[in-house]
Design a protein. Sequence first.
Length: 361
Amino acid sequence: MTNESKTGVVYLTNIPAPYREKMHEILSASTQIKYTVFYCSELEPNRQWKFDKGNYQMVYLSNTADKMIHNNVSVIKFLNQHNPDVVISTGFNPTMLYGFLWCMIKGKKFIPFTDGTYNSEKSLSAVHKLVRRIVFKFSASFIGASAGSSKLYESYEIPKKKVFTSCLCIENGDFNSNTEQKKYDLMFSGQLIERKMPMFFAEVARQVKEKMGKCTVLILGDGPLRNNLISLLIKYGVDYDYAGFVQPKRLPWYYAQSKIFLFPTLNDPWGIVANEACASGLPVITCENAGVANDLILHDVNGYVLPLDTDTWVEHICDLLQTPSKLKKLSINAAEKVQHYNHQLSAEGILASVNFAIAGN
């Protein structure tokens, strides 16, 4: 099939992300579509990623890294140049709404793609929800990253047949799932901000230490709560190593040193750190506020989904640390479960949504 006869698809998103590069390469190699990724910017001010970009066609609408809300009027010019049959958009910032309006004017197919969930978006303002209702009314199909995303679309009365899943995933094979020779009892990885609850992690570590006599923890990430967190761990007498922000290529080495991954959060549409932990053979303890809960992470299968109560978390952690057979079982399940979250399936979900949109069902 020649490029001229392929369905032209533009994937419009904020910035490059390490967990989407392989998926873009797979779609770029597809015999069904001519695929291009439009990035609003090369970077955002809260991201410190450094990683190798994939081999696919990409367009940067801006080369600045000083904005979180993107407003690239130039997207109209580039859409006119590429003239795709389908635009997939991963958000509702001004740039992406320009893409939606372009599709409406040109008679092209528009597909919204969200990693948001019903829980993560239920507190949105009436205006934000109205914008979504308008966009959804004129969308040809829909893509979500999780079961929570499907529930979100359901709340807008989108028919299930129009909703497709493109999971968030990592290169699972880059991580070692060997469960032996672990240095750290507990691990935390994420931005050190209020929403990620690093102080909750510190309090859990304190209580584990009190119950078991010791608790060694590993912390990855950076943010405004860094000094507060470290001061608290010192005050509690918890043995810790703080690695700071770690680039993607170095992550597997750190995960391999840990036994259990803690993922408390006030609100996370997904939580790619859970994929990394599972691929490394770490049971994940999280809460209902995380998109991975009851999706990638199943209670008492490859981790626990618990209320945000320190006593409850400490009870489950101590039980795991004192019962090696249970810890090993959950570790093996974690490594197996995450294999179903991979780039090939992610790409297939996008292709299925495009085919549905073009067919006009």
